[in-house]
Design a protein around this ligand. Structure first.
Ligand code: HEM
Length: 331
């Protein structure tokens, strides 16, 4: 009888030790596991992880408002290729970074700076993949967008190959684009909302010049582009220019740096810069969403929801990834 009581007492003691270890160790463990709202909270000692990232982004934003576009595009290019695993950040002559669509991706220095601050405060705790998502959210919120709650707990990937980069081209059809987003678990509506990322930022002339001078080999401009826009863009992008200039994706100069629904208004006026942008306003499957977003005031909250969905694409679980110490190389 007393043997049984002893064993019970011992196992209770054992349980108490386990509980204590879990309580003491877990809050200091890495921000990993299933995605959760505010999962990094309390995991970096007295340092607030999300605030640390926000401060870095704010100081960069104060120097250069175009970082909003840079980070939005970075999140898209990271999440669409092997999931949101920071594979876009790995250096290497044949890593994702070196793939053609990624050559104009910017903002790596922002992630490096945030990572350095966090490594100083709590080494090996916050993944680079989470930093991309948090930094993008902050940038969006500084430029008119909503400060949405993000989920954290991503791990960083170990693989980054340029040959894996299969990002949509600017002349992708609406059908192919719908299919590409569907493959990532995103609906047609999500796609229209996420392309709203083109409410900020620029595109190089080389990526839409065909629409000005030789649309689909016709020797004419794209009939879906307003004449006024075609004339304006051709001044920025002369036919045989030796320099590849850029033009704002949102052609309202007053809101080209603001996260708002003006992009959709421009599409309805046939003032979309990329072929796929304009196609959204022409296709029966996407036009109703474009029209509705152009006339409603809740784009920023809907965009926020779509960004959270994008941030959940093919996220790595514990065993498949790591928390990198430098975002540019695997440990
Ligand atoms: C079918 C999907 C998409 C296509 C074909 C596409 C294509 C492009 C192209 C061709 C550029 C210009 C790049 C350059 O000139 O170097 C661009 C820029 C940009 N894209 Fe997209 N994009 C797509 C979806 C998205 C999504 C989902 C987001 C974000 C949520 C996004 C955000 C941006 C931003 C912010 C820029 C401007 C970047 C800067 O100023 O540095 N795009 N996109």
């Amino acid at each position: 009888m007393s043997d049984v009581t002893d064993t019970k007492k011992k196992s209770m003691k054992g349980l108490a030790v386990v509980v204590l270890v879990v309580v003491l160790v877990l809050p200091l463990g890495p921000c990993q596991g299933a995605l959760q709202d505010g999962y990094c909270k309390g995991k970096c000692g007295s340092t607030d992880v999300e605030d640390t990232i926000k401060n870095v982004v704010l100081s960069k934003f104060n120097q250069d408002r175009s970082i909003v576009a840079a980070l939005l595009r970075m999140q898209f290019h990271d999440c669409f290729v092997k999931g949101c695993d920071a594979s876009i950040l790995l250096d290497g002559s044949s890593s994702e970074k070196a793939a053609i669509p990624n050559l104009s991706v910017r903002g790596y220095d922002i992630i490096d700076e945030a990572k350095a601050a966090l490594e100083k405060a709590c080494p090996g705790v916050v993944s680079c993949a989470d930093i991309i998502i948090a930094a993008t959210r902050d940038a969006v919120s500084f430029s008119g967008g909503e400060r949405y709650e993000i989920q954290t707990g991503r791990k960083d990937g170990l693989v980054s190959q340029a040959s894996n980069v299969n990002l949509p081209s600017p002349s992708i059809s609406v059908s192919d684009s719908i299919a590409a987003f569907a493959k990532k678990g995103l609906t047609t509506e999500d796609m229209v909302l996420l392309l709203g990322g083109h409410t900020v930022g620029v595109a190089h002339c080389s990526l839409f010049q065909d629409r000005l001078y030789n649309y689909q080999g016709t020797g004419q401009r794209d009939p879906n582009m307003s004449l006024l826009l075609a004339v304006t863009l051709s001044l920025r992008c002369p036919k045989n220019a030796s320099v590849d200039n850029t033009a704002n994706l949102d052609q309202n100069p007053l809101s080209a740096l603001v996260v708002d629904n003006d992009y959709y208004k421009q599409l309805l006026l046939r003032r979309g810069v990329l072929q796929i942008d304009q196609a959204l306003a022409m296709d029966a499957r996407t036009r109703p969403t474009v029209a509705s977003l152009a006339s409603r005031s809740d784009f920023t909250s809907q965009f926020a929801e779509a960004m959270v969905k994008l941030g959940a694409v093919e996220v790595l679980t514990d065993e498949q990834g790591q928390i990198r110490r430098s975002c540019r190389s695997v440990n």
